[in-house]
Design a protein around this ligand. Structure first.
Ligand SMILES: [Zn+2]
Length: 229
């Protein structure tokens, strides 16, 4: 009886070791699956981040040219000193269209309430209206009016965040202007960077979105450069 008993004990010990080994294997497999899932999620978010605007390049976007009348309130007709930067603004007028903003600028010659304008306005549907030629001063960016091109951007609500269509047009327009004036995405600034004004609101309050926007502009420029090779 003794040997049998002994072997039973032995078996118990072996079984315990086996189940321990099995548990360790399961744990290792579990960790491996977690690592794979995390990596996959990381790659996916990377792809969707860059892939979302991967088709936007620096080609000339469709421009609806509606130049303002030359007048002291919105189009002084003064030549710029050469372009050293692109300045991004938001209209601070939720839901207003590019056309309404353009007509407001043009109407300032009659209302004479303030001096204001911009070279371009990007609308809620991604449409782009040009109000002032790029080589002429517009009244948007204070002391940088004479050496920058300004872009006013429409937005649907108080957050100041742009719609996807607006954002795409803004990336393409900015990238095209950068190429046109031999600038890089680092020469793209906010009105905030000139005067400290909370403009464009969403890009001032969300620094990561601002950095991402500049990355998207750089990517669009590189996409066009690769296309030329
Ligand atoms: Zn502004």
């Amino acid at each position: 009886m003794q040997p049998k008993k002994k072997s039973r004990w032995k078996n118990k010990g072996e079984n315990r070791a086996k189940s321990l080994r099995r548990r360790k294997t399961y744990a290792a497999a579990g960790i491996l699956v977690l690592v794979i899932l995390t990596a996959a999620a990381g790659i996916h978010s990377c792809v969707s981040q860059n892939g979302r605007y991967a088709d936007v390049d620096a080609s000339e976007p469709e421009l609806d040219v509606q130049l303002l009348d030359v007048n002291p309130y919105s189009r002084p007709g003064i030549q710029s000193d050469g372009i050293n930067g692109i300045v991004i603004h938001y209209t601070a007028n939720p839901g207003s269209t590019a056309q309404e903003n353009r007509d407001y600028f043009n109407g300032l010659q009659y209302s004479q309430e303030i001096e204001a304008s911009s070279n371009f306005i990007v609308g809620l549907e991604g449409e782009i209206i040009q109000c002032v030629p790029t080589w002429e001063v517009a009244y948007a960016s204070n002391e940088r009016n004479s050496d920058t091109v300004s872009i006013e951007v429409c937005h649907p609500d108080e957050t100041g965040e742009f719609t996807d269509k607006t954002y795409r047009s803004l990336v393409q327009l900015t990238a095209w202007l950068c190429v046109k004036f031999s600038l890089t995405e680092e020469d793209v600034i906010r009105h905030y960077d000139v005067t400290g004004k909370n403009c464009p609101k969403y890009f001032v309050e969300n620094e990561d979105a601002w950095e991402r926007f500049k990355e998207n502009v750089g990517d669009a420029m590189r996409k066009s450069q690769e296309g030329e090779k």
